[in-house]
Design a protein around this ligand. Structure first.
Ligand SMILES: CC(C)(COP(=O)(O)OP(=O)(O)OC[C@H]1O[C@@H](n2cnc3c(N)ncnc32)[C@H](O)[C@@H]1OP(=O)(O)O)[C@@H](O)C(=O)NCCC(=O)NCCS
Length: 334
């Protein structure tokens, strides 16, 4: 079989980074929506590294030096110190020639060198058609650890339902109060918000993934907000407070301002002792309204959640999300 050379990209080499981004974008074109991150976000992310994790970009080249494969390996640095997360992309014109395997070998070698025990990769699989990513993952020694559904919501098509859904939800929680923050959690809410994020991390279904809960301190929250500001990421957060004013639930949506048409739902959590009051539905509706106010050109929200997360799936169905893809998180013990 032909051999391909691999290189670790210097993040300050903008031309190489751009090529790497283009390979990834081209490789992802067959997905049902344009979901690849924007060039602006990629460049800003490379210029403003995180402290809670490191990202390393690796490229694969043919014998003329052309870049045909691209990979990224992320190492958590604040927790999950034995885990690593990979991404592999190969130009459609160069598939089934061992490029993907070569990139993945380089990512795994890098992770092993940094004492990581596991690598997890997100494999996106069409609802119909060949499961290429999963076939590749299995052929390279990965096993399915978590199955999720990727869903989209066309905001304007469902906006007319929001008043009725919000009224239905409000009838279930008269003693609670819903409020929204844009991009920055107010100082007064910071301790409660940090506790909620920590609780979310402990509660989100992770299947067979070797993943420990994250601890979110107020400092870590502020650091994330500062980074978001530098990488043009806007976050709309809606929280629920109980009668004492304590934060008991949250829902968040992020927008890369270079691609304002699409938004990504991240966590939604209601603390266990406050469940059953339709707070989850109320949080989502209020957050979608706030999203459209802050980003009126946004058309589509993306989310993914475990197929067996009955509570979240029921809410997503009421809100109008529909499944567009499957996401299988695969894992290998290195
Ligand atoms: C998945 C992807 C990276 C594979 O890249 P590639 O260079 O074609 O993969 P390789 O040639 O190294 O394939 C290694 C093995 O994976 C399996 N495989 C790869 N593509 C396959 C396909 N389309 N159908 C069935 N098996 C496949 C085969 O077993 C293959 O070995 P073989 O060719 O000797 O039979 C590429 O299709 C891609 O970029 N897809 C979009 C992004 C993506 O899904 N990334 C992977 C997430 S897990």
């Amino acid at each position: 079989m032909r051999t391909w050379s691999t290189h670790v990209i210097d993040p300050s080499d903008e031309a190489a980074l751009r090529q790497h981004w283009e390979v990834g974008q081209e490789a992802e074109r067959s997905r049902p929506y344009e979901m690849y991150w924007s060039w602006d976000a990629c460049l800003a992310g490379a210029r403003h590294p995180r402290t809670e994790s490191t990202s390393t970009f690796i490229s694969a080249h043919d014998d003329q030096g052309g870049m045909v494969g691209a990979g990224q390996v992320l190492l958590p640095m604040a927790d999950n110190l034995s885990a690593s997360y990979g991404e592999v992309f190969v130009l459609p014109s160069h598939r089934r020639r061992g490029v993907g395997r070569t990139v993945l070998d380089a990512l795994e070698a890098y992770a092993r060198h940094h004492d990581r025990r596991t690598m997890a990769i997100e494999a996106y699989v069409p609802t119909s058609g060949p499961p290429t990513a999963l076939d590749f993952a299995r052929a390279t020694g990965y096993e399915s650890a978590l199955e999720e559904e990727v869903k989209t919501l066309e905001l304007r098509a469902h906006q007319a339902d929001w008043d009725a859904l919000a009224a239905h939800a409000a009838a279930g929680h008269r003693d609670y109060h819903i409020e929204t923050f844009l991009d920055r959690v107010p100082d007064e809410a910071l301790p409660g918000y940090s506790r909620l994020r920590t609780a979310f991390s402990a509660d989100v279904p992770v299947g067979d993934l070797e993943m420990q809960a994250q601890t979110w301190t107020p400092e870590r929250v502020r650091e994330r907000e500062e980074r978001h500001a530098r990488i043009c990421r806007s976050v709309v957060t809606t929280v629920a407070r109980d009668a004492t004013g304590a934060l008991v639930g949250l829902s968040e949506i992020g927008v890369d301002t270079a691609t304002p048409w699409r938004a990504e739902q991240s966590g939604t959590l209601v603390l266990p002792e406050h469940r059953g009051h339709r707070l989850g539905l109320a949080l989502k509706i209020a957050n979608q309204r706030a999203l459209l106010e802050a980003h009126p050109t946004c058309t589509t929200v993306f989310t993914d959640n475990a197929g067996d997360n009955a509570a979240m799936n029921a809410i997503n169905e009421q809100v109008g999300f529909r499944t567009v893809e499957r996401l299988v998180v695969v894992q290998k013990h290195l």
